[in-house]
Design a protein around this ligand. Sequence first.
Ligand code: IPE
Ligand code: IPE
Ligand code: MG
Length: 247
Amino acid sequence: MDLKSQINIEKLPRHIAIIMDGNGRWAKQHGKPRVFGHRNGVTAVRETTEAAAELGVEYLTLYAFSTENWNRPKLEVSALMRLLVDTLHKEIETLNKNDIRLQAIGDITKLPGSTYKALLEGIENTKDNKRMTLVLALNYSSKWEIMEASRRLAQQVEAGVLRPEEIDEEIFAGALNTSGMPDPELLIRTSGETRLSNFLLWQVAYAELYFTPIFWPDFRKENFYTAIIDFQQRERRFGKISEQLVQ
Ligand code: IPE
Ligand code: IPE
Ligand code: MG
């Protein structure tokens, strides 16, 4: 039986987040510079986005550039930023055709001007699309996001529009970049690394984590389906015991 038909559409995660990792090692394996890996990673982005939209996933968040990634060699960073601009320009039409809305999380104002501009254009041009939301995490750092949220709430308290005792999980989540989005139920990381690397720390509090040794440029629809099937076989207990869960 093919993988796709093994997925229970009734129990699909509403939000899937992916740490796309392993581009550099993939390139090395092929005897090529790291940028070659990033370029080939775009195919995996396309495949995954298409697969998620076809299945009916509501939100797909892709970790594309972390705040820590600025520490990479200058040439790699500038190549990544250029690749982002090119990819955004090329793919917006496809996103529109597939009714996919683009959004971003992270400190995007600090991106180079051309990247920021391409991103804002992409967001604006797809804003009315309804089928799925594709969220790009760019210059994203979860600790930064949590800090910013705390600062914003503190300012509201100072301005007298919020009382400290009113701050609950809902209000705090509403001050994060992901405000209005459901928390990811499934987090996938490729390349065999088993860490979160400052990604969505608040939001993945109860997510199922799925690690695969596959390098991101090799990630295809079948690998995405396999992750969802694995997710659907898990028992999500949320602190309760097995017997308390209604089937
Ligand atoms: C992930 O691949 C892409 C980005 C972080 C932008 P890497 O570039 O981290 O690849 P590895 O981990 O060095 O193989
Ligand atoms: C995490 O990957 C960031 C992205 C996928 C964009 P890294 O490859 O930068 O993570 P670390 O530094 O190895 O943890
Ligand atoms: Mg990496």
